[in-house]
Ligand binder design. Structure first.
Ligand SMILES: NC(=O)c1ccc[n+]([C@@H]2O[C@H](COP(=O)([O-])OP(=O)(O)OC[C@H]3O[C@@H](n4cnc5c(N)ncnc54)[C@H](OP(=O)(O)O)[C@@H]3O)[C@@H](O)[C@H]2O)c1
Length: 301
C-alpha cells in the first residue's frame, strides 16, 4: 500500500498517541477513548513527577506509557498537548526518534501530527513535516482544568495546516461533537488574544470583583455567592438580547455623580479601580452610554 493510500484509510478513525499528560491531554485522551478511538501511547518526559501523572492517564485509556526515546509510535496520529514553548522541542525529539527507527528499518505508521496551541501555527511541527508527516494546529475554544468535564458539543476548533492533517482533524472533531473552522496562521496571535479574554481574563475580572467586594465588607466567598445570579443573568441577556440591550447601571443612565463616588471609594483598592476605569472607558467606546462628555472627563482624571 502506498503512503497516500495508507493515510487515506487510517484518516477515518486514526489511532492516536498523545504527547503530554496535563490538562488538555487528560481531557482529550479520555474524550477520544470514549468516542471509540484507540489511544496507543502517552508520551511523557522522563522525570518521576511526569511519569506519575502520565501513568495514571495511560491506565485510564488503556495506553502504554513511553518517553520520546522509547515510543513505539505505532499510532497513525500524534497529538501534542504540551505547553506552547515545548511543542517544537517535543516535535524535534520525536522526529529524531522516527528517523532512527527508519534507519533501523523499523516501520513508522505516523502520518499526521497535531498541536493545540491557539497562538502558534503548525510551523512548530516542521521537524515532523520535514520527515513526511502532515501537520496542523487544532485549537479548541474551551477551557480544560482538573475537576471539570466540559461538553464538546458545538465547541469551535480553529484549524490551520496541511490539507491532509486538517481534514483528518476535522473528522476527529466531528466525532467529538465539536465544530472545526479554518483560521489563517497569520491571524492566530490575534485570535488567541481574544480567546484569552474569553476565559482566563474573564476569571481575572471575576477575581477583581472579589477585590472590589472587600471595599463593601464582603468576603470573597460571600461576594462569589451573592454575585452569581446577576452574572448568570447578564450572560443570558448578552446571549439573547445582545450587548446594547443588556446594558444597565449608572453609565447607561449617564449618572456621573454615582460614578464619581465609585472612583473615590476605590482609591483604596487601586487594582480594582484600574479595571473599573478601563471597563468604563470600554463602555464609552462600545455601549449606549448617556452623558458621554461628562463621564469621559471624569474617567480621564
Ligand atoms: N488547558 C486548556 O484549557 C487549553 C485549551 C486549549 C488549548 N490548550 C493548549 O494545550 C496545550 C497544553 O496545555 P495544557 O493546559 O494542557 O498544559 P499543562 O496542563 O501544563 O500540561 C502540559 C503537559 O505537557 C507535558 N510536557 C511538557 N513538555 C513535554 C515534552 N517535551 N514531552 C512530553 N510531555 C511534555 C507536561 O509534563 P511535565 O511538565 O510534567 O513533564 C504536562 O503533562 C497548549 O498548547 C495549550 O495552548 C489548552
Amino acid at each position: 500500500m502506498t503512503r497516500n493510500l495508507m493515510a487515506e484509510k487510517t484518516a477515518r478513525k486514526p489511532t492516536v498517541a498523545i504527547v503530554g499528560a496535563g490538562s488538555l491531554a487528560t481531557f482529550l485522551a479520555v474524550a477520544l477513548h470514549g468516542a471509540g478511538f484507540t489511544i496507543t501511547e502517552i508520551v511523557t518526559r522522563d522525570s518521576p513527577r511526569s511519569r506519575r501523572q502520565a501513568r495514571a492517564l495511560a491506565a485510564k485509556v488503556g495506553a502504554q506509557l513511553v518517553t520520546a526515546d522509547s515510543a513505539a509510535l505505532h499510532a497513525t496520529l500524534l497529538w501534542f498537548c504540551v505547553p506552547d514553548r515545548d511543542i517544537r522541542v517535543a516535535a524535534s525529539a520525536l522526529a529524531v526518534h522516527l528517523a532512527a527507527r527508519a534507519a533501523a528499518h523499523k516501520k513508522n505508521k505516523i502520518c499526521f501530527a497535531l498541536h493545540s496551541s491557539g497562538a502558534l501555527s503548525s510551523r512548530e511541527l516542521d521537524p515532523l513535516r520535514k520527515a513526511g508527516v502532515a501537520v496542523a494546529s487544532v485549537h479548541p475554544l474551551m477551557t480544560f482544568v482538573a475537576g471539570a468535564h466540559p461538553s464538546l458539543t458545538g465547541v469551535p476548533f480553529a484549524m490551520e495546516g496541511d490539507h491532509a492533517a486538517t481534514r483528518v482533524a476535522s473528522r476527529i472533531v466531528r466525532h467529538l461533537g465539536g465544530e472545526s473552522f479554518s483560521l489563517p496562521a497569520a491571524r492566530k496571535p490575534a485570535y488567541h488574544a481574544w480567546a484569552t479574554l474569553t476565559s482566563p481574563l474573564l476569571l481575572a475580572f471575576l477575581v477583581t470583583l472579589e477585590e472590589a467586594a472587600r471595599a463593601a465588607g464582603l468576603t470573597p466567598q460571600g461576594a462569589r455567592r451573592k454575585s452569581l445570579p446577576i452574572i448568570q443573568q447578564t450572560l443570558a441577556n448578552y446571549s439573547h438580547l445582545g450587548p446594547s440591550r443588556s446594558f444597565s447601571g449608572p453609565l447607561v443612565r449617564g449618572d456621573a455623580e454615582t460614578v464619581a463616588k465609585h472612583l473615590a471609594v476605590l482609591k483604596k483598592h487601586p487594582g480594582a479601580r484600574e479595571v473599573y476605569v478601563a471597563l468604563a472607558r470600554a463602555a464609552l467606546r462600545g455601549l449606549p452610554v448617556k452623558n458621554r462628555n461628562g463621564l469621559s472627563r471624569l474617567l480621564r482624571g
